[in-house]
Structure formats: C-alpha cells, structure tokens
Design a protein. Structure first.
Length: 139
C-alpha cells in the first residue's frame, strides 16, 4: 500500500530564514520551541520566575550552560526580553514578550494533555490554567 504525501500548507517551499527548516507553521513553531527546555522556561516565566538562579531551581534541573544558551535563543527569537538589573557581575531579569506570551494557550493545551493522558502528573495551579497572554506582558 502506498501512502499519499500530505502537506499542511499549499506552499511547501523552503523559507528564506535559515532558522526554519520549512514553511510549515508546525515545523517552524517547533524550530522555535521544540527543544527540551524552551517550553519549560516559558512555563517558569508564566509562573513568575525571571532570574537565572530561579530557572536553575526548577525541578527539571537544567544545566547552567544549557540555560544560558536557551535564554539567548529565546531572546534572539523574540520570545523574551532581558533587562540588566546588576552590572557587576552582569545579571538579567527575563520577561515574556507578546510573542512569547502568545504561546500560553499552547502550554495550557500541553498541560491538559499531560494531565489527562499521562498517569501521576502534578495538578497545575488553577491560576496557571486561567492565564491569558495579555496577563503576561508588561505594558
């Protein structure tokens, strides 16, 4: 049996932006947030964490070199902004941008899936599940 090829988008050419492997919106979004840590960091930002040490204290135990790399990638992709709060040594507080906050419904959907389909998961805080993207962006 031969399976038909299926493309989500009519226009399946490769994009000009080298950060993305294709023009598919799913693949392109995964290029932004599909690594092991970005969604966890977005969750932490939505829950009020903003500083490097706070991210390191998360139960998933991200290594500091990976954290540095992911925060830089997230900033480069416009998901977070970094604001210098101490000069020596340099320390930054991170906040979600409008683009990063727009991923909140995705995080909530993943959370609902995990709670319904994976046994023995934590119950997410009600506050987290009710957050809207506008709640996460400083005006």
């Amino acid at each position: 049996m031969q399976l038909a090829s299926y493309h989500l988008c009519e226009d399946s050419h490769l994009p000009s932006d080298p950060d993305f492997r294709s023009g598919c919106p799913i693949a392109s979004t995964l290029d932004l947030v599909g690594d092991r840590w970005t969604l966890v960091l977005l969750r932490d930002l939505a829950n009020g964490k903003s500083r490097f040490q706070e991210f390191l204290e998360s139960p998933e135990r991200i290594a500091s070199n990976i954290l540095t790399s992911r925060l830089a990638q997230m900033e480069a992709h416009g998901l977070v902004t970094a604001e210098l709060y101490q000069r020596k040594p340099k320390r930054y507080a991170y906040t979600l941008t409008k683009r990063g906050a727009a991923l909140m419904p995705v995080l909530q959907a993943i959370c609902r899936f995990g709670c319904s389909e994976l046994p023995d998961r934590w119950t997410p805080p009600e506050r987290f599940m009710k957050l809207k993207p506008a709640d996460l962006v400083r005006s």
